[in-house]
Ligand binder design. Structure first.
Ligand SMILES: Cc1cc2nc3c(=O)[nH]c(=O)nc-3n(C[C@H](O)[C@H](O)[C@H](O)COP(=O)(O)OP(=O)(O)OC[C@H]3O[C@@H](n4cnc5c(N)ncnc54)[C@H](O)[C@@H]3O)c2cc1C
Length: 511
């Protein structure tokens, strides 16, 4: 059988039979099997179509095998104990790698298993009260579990780690297409299954995961962490991995007070914008919908004299959710399901905020955390509830207010007001000019709504560590994933977790 890789164009709502016919026409050899290895939408011009790269007559990829062979793992000789704090992408993927290498691994997770976490999230909607340990940010799978599940990463240095994460996800129930799509997404419905599956694999391999268990402190002497104190007791460890994400401000404060070095950095501040998905589709394609394509996506950037603004984490067909990790704070974010078939589309629109520049002096990491906390509380205190401040984009652009915003996907509701009264002064002009620019690029963008505070796009502080995650001044303390300030997003945080785990294996085995 002759193996070939071919590329072809095909119309949007093609059937399997039509595709097979096209392949046969292109290669003139009998086609026994084929697998799409790359799929991207080309919506430029008058006839949008798919661009496909296809392996013909090769055995279909076995993702279970791939997930076990992609990263060669050397087994350790003498059992060593690793405690990982956090079961988000960074902690979970670090755990899977280390358990395969033969370590004794315990994951401490302050939140609950996905099924129980689901109930607490429903309670947020019912009562308006956030459970401080189990919410959109905290719990099994971390912040990524209730998300759009976009699996893209801007980093070019984690190709193998990315393929490992995708093949593990497919093994645990994610659609195979995430491996071939140019902009893959898995949806919150699939993510919940995937996270449970990875946890079961981790436990089957001998790993230990303690839910409802908050990391409280650790003891160290010189450069060595000796043991960890959690709400469940003491845990001896040879290595400690912190993978706490960037909502765990209590953990940040503890680490700063214990003397870990953190630098402040620019971080993203802004809001969510929301439009009917059909408006976005029309702006992108000139029609309400395209056959065979779920929903249109945009990624917008703008650079003006006053600064930059960009859209981030767009959720086609998604909803806006109350994503704060603490009662009395208000933060929004976006999530969607695999089908992306909701009425609305939302995305973050943010600008980079430099707190040191705003104060004209170098700020301390604790001050950056205080700023964020006070902003999130300020938004909450407008309504003393999860109802968020909201306004029309047009009003924000024109420095006016008062136009009713109409319907939104954000279930707790809104309070119409001028949002420019709430954000730091330096962010307003770049955001305003950015929205004007986006409205020139996408027709009707200015007719959308602005909701709430988007403050969790990136961390305001960054730990001093090696690129593998080893914290400055320590020999066995790693800070991995988004909380470290060196990663952001599911793939990049998971990849950072894998790199940290591989560094520990190298230390123990020399490979
Ligand atoms: C609503 C939403 C939608 C998102 N959508 C996307 C998307 O579509 N694509 C994308 O790439 N990214 C998305 N993100 C961002 C993405 O989820 C994060 O970048 C990623 O989850 C970070 O992974 P992490 O493992 O570093 O940290 P996290 O996922 O934040 O996990 C940290 C874990 O540590 C636990 N923890 C914290 N402190 C302690 C403690 N003291 N003791 C014990 N446990 C602790 C937490 O409970 C949590 O489970 C979204 C985020 C949100 C909130």
């Amino acid at each position: 059988m002759n193996f070939q890789t071919i590329e072809l164009k095909i119309h949007l709502d093609y059937s399997k039979e039509e595709l097979l016919k096209k392949i046969n026409k292109k290669i003139h050899i009998p086609v026994k099997t084929f697998e799409i290895i790359r799929k991207s939408l080309d919506a430029r011009g008058n006839t949008p179509h798919w661009l496909l790269k296809i392996d013909v007559n090769s055995p279909p990829t076995d993702f279970n095998i791939l997930s076990k062979t992609l990263i060669p793992i050397t087994k350790i000789q003498r059992k060593k104990k690793v405690v990982i704090v956090g079961s988000g992408p960074a902690g979970l993927f670090a755990g899977i790698i280390l358990i395969r290498a033969g370590f004794d691994v315990t994951i401490l997770e302050r939140g609950k298993e996905v099924k129980e976490r689901d109930l607490d999230i429903n309670e947020i909607y019912k009562t308006g009260i956030i459970n401080n340990e189990s919410n959109f940010a905290f719990g099994e799978g971390g912040a990524g579990t209730y998300s759009d599940g976009k699996l893209t990463s801007r980093s070019k240095h984690i190709k193998i780690e990315k393929d490992f994460i995708l093949s593990s996800m497919i093994t645990h129930g994610a659609p195979r297409e995430i491996f071939s799509l140019l902009h893959p997404h898995v949806g919150s419905d699939n993510l919940k299954k995937v996270v449970e599956g990875i946890r079961k694999e981790f436990i089957d391999l001998g790993g230990n995961i303690l839910f409802n268990t908050q990391f409280i402190n650790f003891d160290f002497s010189y450069d060595n962490v000796k043991n960890v104190i959690s709400s469940s007791g003491f845990h001896d460890c040879d290595y400690l991995i912190l993978a706490t994400g960037h909502s765990a401000t209590d953990t940040y404060r503890l680490l700063i007070n214990k003397g870990l070095t953190f630098n402040t950095k620019n971080f993203a501040l802004g809001f969510r914008v929301e439009h009917p998905q059909a408006l976005i589709n029309n702006a992108l394609w000139g029609v309400d919908s395209l056959p065979g394509v779920k929903a249109g996506e945009y990624r917008l950037t703008s650079q003006t004299d006053s600064g930059s603004a960009y859209s981030f984490c767009m959720c086609p067909g998604g909803i806006i959710v109350p994503a704060a990790a603490k009662h009395g704070s208000s933060v929004v974010n976006g999530m969607s399901y695999y089908n992306r078939d909701g009425y609305f589309a939302n995305s973050a629109v943010v600008t980079q905020y430099n707190y040191s520049k705003a104060l004209n002096r170098e700020v301390h990491a604790l001050e950056a955390l205080d700023l964020l906390q006070s902003l999130e509380e300020k938004y909450y205190n407008v309504t003393k509830s999860l109802r968020v401040p909201a306004m029309k984009i047009n009003d924000f652009i024109n420095s006016s207010s008062g136009t009713p915003i109409g319907d939104t996907s954000y279930q707790p509701g809104v309070q119409e007001m001028d949002i420019s009264e709430l954000l730091p002064r330096e962010t307003i002009l770049p955001l305003r000019e950015g929205l004007m620019d986006f409205s020139r690029k996408l027709k009707g963008f200015n007719e959308g709504n602005i909701l709430g505070l988007e403050s969790k796009t990136s961390s305001p502080i960054q730990v001093s560590r090696t690129k593998e995650g080893l914290c400055q001044g320590f020999n066995n303390l790693y800070f991995l994933g988004e909380g470290s300030g060196w990663a952001g997003g599911i793939i990049s945080s998971g990849g950072d977790g894998i790199k940290g785990a591989m560094d520990i294996i190298r230390k123990e085995t020399g490979h």
